[in-house]
Design a protein around this ligand. Structure first.
Ligand code: ATP
Ligand code: MG
Length: 319
């Protein structure tokens, strides 16, 4: 079966976009792929962070994955910090990465602009991401636009290493699962819904109660056209609501005579999708979730260790 790695940042605020764009495709692909769901807690240390929040968010993401239907019997759920082979491979890959290659990454430029202190790990973040992927011999990596440049770097590093030191890594492919929806921000539908957007107004949180969801959708930005139709260029807000409805119900939306009627139907569909997830989340015990992470780690480590040993050997280290 194809090996697929899906990554999540433990930034908290998981939203409907994460569910429809990443978690649900992961759940749906479980029977046909050999998947790893990785929480990138090491990546959370690349910016100013609160230790307690990183720990809590890592557990929250793992719990949400379980609540959303990830089956730990099929899919290993891991935190990258708990699989030390990630960091070992990170160093070895750093020794094959140019400073300029890392410094020209758009995300590094964006996140390091603004004049505050910049952590060295922010610069090398894409190399760690390459290690996250290559250490598991992942063949497929679902990526959004914001990560496609990093995925390209992972491919470049794998190809270069293989050419220079002998065939060592599987070269990963960035994919967009067919069922993955792209959900836009409710208050600015030209931007994607995002965990790190400064205002929560454009987001529907996966654990939001129905009343919060209703308010968020009723305030969603629309337009003055007055006709409900899918036209992302001219009616991005209405088109986003139609896309949310289609993704939640798995059906082509019907006709609507007003924006109000559309919003009511979207609210019902989102609440119906999220309520069971919220209920399962509340039942999951943190101790159990930690056990699942320990099991995931134990499951993936032998193969990760084999990759590291192969890499050490190729690059000139004693095993
Ligand atoms: P951040 O703002 O911290 O980058 P994020 O909202 O982009 O957070 P990630 O943790 O970077 O979330 O992404 C987790 C997964 O969710 C990725 O596979 C990503 O492509 C997907 N994803 C993120 N936002 C959306 C969205 N608005 N619509 C669909 N998929 C999304
Ligand atoms: Mg992101």
């Amino acid at each position: 079966m194809i090996k697929r790695l899906t990554g999540f940042q433990p930034t908290g605020n998981l939203h409907l976009g994460n569910l429809l764009g990443a978690m649900r495709p992961l759940v749906e692909a479980q029977p046909t792929t050999n998947s790893i769901a990785m929480i990138a807690d090491l990546h959370a240390l690349t910016m100013e962070h609160d230790p307690a929040a990183v720990r809590a968010n890592t557990l929250e993401v793992a719990t949400l994955l379980l609540a959303a239907g990830v089956d730990p019997g099929r899919t290993a759920i891991i935190a990258n910090s708990q699989v030390p082979e990630h960091t070992e491979l990170h160093y070895l890959l750093e020794c094959t990465t140019g400073f300029g290659e890392a410094a020209r990454m758009i995300q590094f430029k964006e996140k390091s602009a603004g004049g505050g202190p910049v952590r060295l790990s922010l610069l090398t973040y894409p190399v760690l991401m390459a290690a996250d992927i290559l250490v598991h011999d992942a063949e497929q990596v679902p990526v959004g636009d914001d990560q496609s440049q990093h995925l390209e770097l992972a491919r470049t590093l794998a190809l270069r290493f293989n050419a220079r030191y002998g065939d060592t890594f599987t070269v990963p492919e960035g994919i967009r699962p067919e069922s993955a929806a792209r959900i836009m921000d409710l208050s600015d539908p030209t931007r994607k819904m995002s965990k790190s957007a400064p205002s929560p107004a454009g987001r529907i949180g996966l654990l939001d109660p129905p009343e919060t969801i209703r308010k968020a959708i009723s305030r969603a930005v629309t337009d003055t056209v007055g006709v409900v139709r899918h036209d992302p260029d001219n009616q991005p807000g209405v088109s986003n609501l139609l896309a949310i409805l289609a993704a939640c119900t798995d059906e082509k939306p019907g006709e609507f005579t007003s924006y109000g009627a559309l919003k009511r139907e979207v609210t019902d569909a989102v609440v119906a999708l999220l309520e069971p997830i919220r209920a399962r989340y509340a039942e999951l015990d943190p101790g159990y979730v930690r056990e699942i992470l320990a099991e995931g780690q134990a499951r993936v480590r032998p193969a990760a260790l084999a990759t590291v040993r192969r890499t050490r050997d190729a690059i000139g280290l004693l095993n």
